[in-house]
Write a protein that binds this ligand. Sequence first.
Ligand code: MHF
Ligand code: KIV
Ligand code: MG
Length: 306
Amino acid sequence: MSLGRQLASASRRYSSYPASKTIRQNSLQDLYKLHKNKEPITVITAHDYITGRFAEASPGIDAILVGDSLSMVAKGHPSTLELDFDDFYHSTASVLRAVREKFVIVDMPFGSFEESVEQCTRSAVKLMKLGKVGSVKIEGSYEMTDRIRSLTNAGIPVTGHIGLQPQKFNMLGGFKAQGRNALGALDIYKQALHLQKIGCKMLLFECIPEKVAAFITDRVDVPTIGIGAGNSTSGQVLVMADALGMSDGKKAKFVKSYLDINSLAVDALTRYSADVKSKSFPNSELHTYPMKDEEFDEFERMAKDL
Ligand SMILES: Nc1nc(=O)c2c([nH]1)NC[C@@H]1CN(c3ccc(C(=O)N[C@@H](CCC(=O)O)C(=O)O)cc3)CN21
Ligand SMILES: CC(C)C(=O)C(=O)O
Ligand SMILES: [Mg+2]
């Protein structure tokens, strides 16, 4: 077939797709639209290609967070502090290979931004250069002012993360809810106003009272995403390993599990090993590659003389 006819036939094939099938990645503006329409924004974390595909295949999910929680859930560290930037960078790249239409927020991992504005900008630029990343998330407020301004000036939308900041657990005495007294709540409100003033495009509240999260959400313009912050934020985020029951250890109070993959997986692997031990797997009909008898006979004849 001539090239022209090949192209014409290809174009006929593809033009039969409805326009709605065209894949377009959610932008920050798409999330703002949900916020404006008071439609909750759904965010889920992902830490590799598999979990990225799960998120991508779920229609109601608006955004994927590549969270540094992957240090704990995917790499088995006791906190997010041990996570190496390059390691996180490669995990982020794995998630992004699955991304088509979801907005992507990426955490700034511990050790990649504290030293200086320059270090912070370099790390964030490196993450943005992976492509498909819509925002980077930084734990902190006032102390991050120069860094957040630098990223914002570079055109990188920053999500500010306040309330429980897991990277500061050594200062906080553990993973504890924040803002539970009047002064603590006031401090978080001030931090939120400050983050909005210096240009954060979204705010994330972790483990703060529902009332405080609702109060602040009412008084800022940017969307607020909550985890353990109640039902009045503009959106919710959960760690996928928690939502699907694949994390270990004690579950935090804010977690709802929709599946128990841990049990399902162990049950399946137990059945697999039982099949191997009982020789019922592999099955000759189903799982093996056939060979014609005459070919095997010929093979045997030739092999005999070796
Ligand atoms: N699997 C997982 N899920 C997460 O949500 C998560 C991580 N890992 N790692 C990074 C941070 C750490 N986070 C955590 C971890 C534990 C608690 C927790 O156990 N909180 C207790 C105490 C709260 C209090 O009494 O103040 C709880 O019972 O909820 C909270 C947030 C949230 N992030
Ligand atoms: C818990 C969420 C908000 C997060 O920062 C993470 O998954 O790392
Ligand atoms: Mg995080």
